[in-house]
Design a protein around this ligand. Structure first.
Ligand code: KG4
Ligand code: ZN
Length: 342
């Protein structure tokens, strides 16, 4: 079964082609991400109108490039899976309308998928095989727009355990990066600089760590960075790397501690990590080590290239819907910018 994955919910025009075969084999035929980072860099963030226009320019050439890369013809595609929400409405519409037109023209089924479900399913592809999620499972979703702990009883069965009450983890990285002018996109730039710093140099608050729930809060942490910079930075010439390493450590500590606690309380068999911030090595290593310490819990993490937005994750999530013939009639497929998975 060959699935064409389409992802245009923010600023990446992404196309994938995966061939799912018996024995849980999944051959990655093509994974193309046409990035707009250079375009949005000068504005310090994604400009929705610009992103949508760029998706329009990119989408058909990207599909054509992916087909050439995979060395297949369009008639070999069995199913189209597209992210249809949440995200920027005008960006989503480009992927969704393209999926509809192609499904109609090629007379094949289409599935509209939740972008966050895609991030979760990025966990299951490893070395051309589909890893088995042992249920119940827990997934820490950390992206630019979401920070959530999601409990899964089965495929497609999601329950919210906790979420951020203000900024998402990725948003905190991006805002601190902007504040300190360390470059765009914020998360990867902070990680790079933090590697050279001392994570114990500053004792930033660990927001909501001692609350008896699984919610998060990152806006206060960002404000602490701001106050520290205003108070001391200019005078004492504190190394920027120490400041960033300490900030990153505070975020990682809260995320890992609450995930570990939830994994214990809900007696899960698998813990997963998803979203753009899942690319952060400090977070990956810390969480993996702590989960392994608990014993007998399977830990899955996405391959680094499938953490930030991509279309492989969309095809992977689409596969499980396709197995249940859970298709979306093309007439009903619609971009839904506020679609909440749970
Ligand atoms: O999942 P994603 O690509 O897009 C959304 O769905 O939001 O996540 C993007 C977010 C951005 O906030 C970016 O700064 C963050 O993920 N990010 C990172 C790293 N790579 C991306 N944050 C920390 N460390 C990283 N290495
Ligand atoms: Zn995303």
């Amino acid at each position: 079964m060959i699935i064409l994955g389409i992802e245009t919910s923010c600023d990446e025009t992404a196309i994938s082609l995966l061939d799912f075969q018996k024995g849980n084999l999944a051959k990655l035929l093509a994974n193309v991400v046409s990035s707009q980072i250079k375009i949005h860099k000068k504005y310090g963030g994604v400009v929705p109108e610009v992103a949508a226009r760029q998706h329009l320019v990119n989408i058909l050439p990207t599909i054509s490039f992916a087909l050439n890369k995979a060395r297949i013809k369009s008639k070999e595609i069995d199913i189209i899976a597209t992210a249809s929400g949440p995200g920027l409405i005008t960006s989503l519409m480009v992927g969704v309308e393209t999926a509809k037109v192609l499904a109609y023209a090629w007379q094949i089924p289409v599935i509209g998928l939740n972008h966050i479900e895609g991030h979760i399913y990025a966990n299951i592809l490893a070395n051309g095989k589909l890893a088995k999620i042992e249920f119940p499972a827990l997934c820490l979703v950390v992206s630019g727009g979401h920070t959530e702990l999601i409990y899964m009883q089965n495929h497609g069965d999601y329950r919210l355990v906790g979420r951020t009450r203000d900024d998402a983890a990725g948003e905190a990285f991006d805002k601190v990066a902007k504040l300190l002018k360390v470059g765009y996109p914020g998360g990867p730039m902070i990680e790079k600089l933090a590697k050279k710093g001392d994570s114990k140099a500053f004792d930033f608050p660990r927001p909501m760590l001692n609350y008896k729930n699984y919610d998060f809060s990152f806006s206060g942490l960002k404000t602490s960075v701001l106050y520290l910079v205003k108070k001391e930075f200019q005078y004492k010439k504190i190394p920027l790397t120490n400041l960033l390493a300490s900030f990153q450590q505070a975020v990682v500590d809260v995320l890992t501690e609450k995930t570990v606690r939830a994994a214990k309380e809900f007696k899960v068999k698998t813990v997963m990590l998803a979203g753009g911030v899942a690319a952060n090595q400090r977070l990956r290593q810390t969480l993996e080590a702590k989960i392994k310490k608990l014993g007998r819990i399977k830990f899955l993490k996405p391959n680094i290239q499938f953490c930030t937005d991509n279309a492989v994750m969309i095809a992977l999530a689409g596969y499980f819907h396709a197995l249940n013939k859970n298709f979306t009639p093309w007439q009903k497929l619609k971009a839904d910018p506020n679609w909440e998975l749970v």
